[in-house]
Ligand binder design. Structure first.
Ligand SMILES: *Cc1c(COP(=O)(O)O)cnc(C)c1O
Length: 371
């Protein structure tokens, strides 16, 4: 089935006794045992599994064309659970512009157990030089944050396979609708469901989806169930509700993203626009091959430095000045001041999450702010 159909139907795992068309929220933390001690209802204790979470994991598995999924209480705990599953002493390769929360985790929480090389993964030919005897994983983030760099997943997967490395992809900016990392050779896909999957800026969540059920994946599942960083039944209900409209929301985000990027590219106050849908984007050809749409995230550099960037984010009316992305409402942010003093993000960079308002209103708003 196609994503639009899967998004609506594949999470409907149970027929409720009362005939609900929409699955109820199962708040019970514990489930009846059978006389022989078994659990014929399929669940024992809510940290281990819960009907709402199983439904969410099923729909995410199907949308990514994977074999299984683990849902977590945030994107950060999804990534952390994967890092925790790696043997101490392992070396991993990650992008130099990796999502800063993960970079922080690796440099602080995992400082004593993992070693990491943060490199430019758009330079495919340069990757092999960093592979060592203890390298176990290449972590890719595409499109990347905040420069919207695109990494060639099929090319990296060849390198990963040749060296027997895991390939993990943070696919948050693409959502499960715009690219299929597993089909391009990734072993594990990661999402912050807080973003496009949730889509309404009202629920935190994360997920890992695996291409195959392997012993390594069982370790990840064990960390989820024993560690317990799981989303609540209500969070899962909200995410399941949201995912039903994800394919259609993504069409709107792509359409608005492209139109706003095209408008901003021509504006004299704008020095550069980073959007993979623009032919001028350095990896536009790769984006065209591996994505079915270019999404709603873009960044711009404005002439006039940090001061002008802050003036613009304070002058737009419809774009809420706030961090995060992927919601129906447009957000705008001066990224360098969020990332702190060590950031390599240019001081005149503005990151935009283009929402689902009418594009004419969004462009009009930018026009008044820039002019
Ligand atoms: C937000 C985000 C995360 C972290 O997810 P949380 O749900 O905020 O914990 C990871 N990667 C990317 C690309 C993100 O945008």
């Amino acid at each position: 089935m196609k994503p639009e159909t899967l998004a609506i139907h594949s999470g409907n795992l149970y027929k409720s006794a009362t005939g609900d068309v929409t699955p109820p929220i199962n708040l019970s933390t514990t489930f009846f045992r059978d006389e022989d001690g078994g659990y014929s209802g399929g669940h024992m204790y809510s940290r281990v599994s819960n009907p709402n979470r199983s439904a969410l994991e099923k729909v995410l598995t199907d949308l990514e064309n994977g074999a299984d999924a683990c849902a977590f209480s945030s994107g950060n705990t999804a990534g952390m659970s994967l890092f925790q599953a790696l043997a101490p002493g392992s070396h991993i390769i990650a992008p130099d512009d990796m999502y800063w929360g993960f970079k922080k985790q690796l440099q602080s929480i995992f400082a004593d157990t993992l070693t990491i090389d943060f490199i430019d993964l758009t330079n495919i030919a340069g990757i092999s030089a960093y592979i060592k005897e203890n390298t176990v994983m290449i972590w890719v983030e595409t499109p990347s944050n905040p420069l919207l760099k695109i990494t060639d997943l099929a090319a990296i997967s060849k390198i990963a396979k040749a060296h027997d490395l895991l390939l993990a992809c943070d696919s948050t900016f693409a959502s499960p609708c715009l690219q299929k990392p597993i089909e391009l050779g990734a072993d594990i896909v990661m999402h912050s469901s807080t973003k496009y999957i949730g889509g309404h800026s009202d629920v935190l969540g994360g997920a890992l989806i695996t291409a195959k059920r392997t012993p390594f994946w069982e370790k990840v599942r064990n960390i989820q169930q024993i560690g317990g960083a799981v989303p609540s039944p209500f969070d899962c209900f909200l995410l399941l509700r949201s995912v039903k409209t994800l394919p259609y929301r993504m069409r709107g985000h792509c359409e608005n993203g492209m139109a706003l990027a095209t408008y901003l590219e021509k504006h004299p106050k704008v020095e550069a626009v980073f959007y993979p849908g623009l032919p001028a984007h350095p990896q536009h050809e790769i984006a065209k091959q591996q994505m079915s749409g270019f999404g709603g995230m873009l960044s711009i550099l404005v002439h006039g430095g940090a001061e002008e960037a802050r003036r613009v984010v304070n002058t737009v009316q419809l774009f809420a000045q706030a961090t995060s992305l992927g919601g129906v409402e447009s957000l705008i942010e001066h990224r360098a001041s969020v990332e702190g003093p060590d950031t390599k993000t240019p001081q005149n960079l503005i990151r935009i999450s283009v929402g689902l308002e009418h594009i004419d209103d969004l462009i009009e708003d930018f026009k008044q702010a820039l002019d």
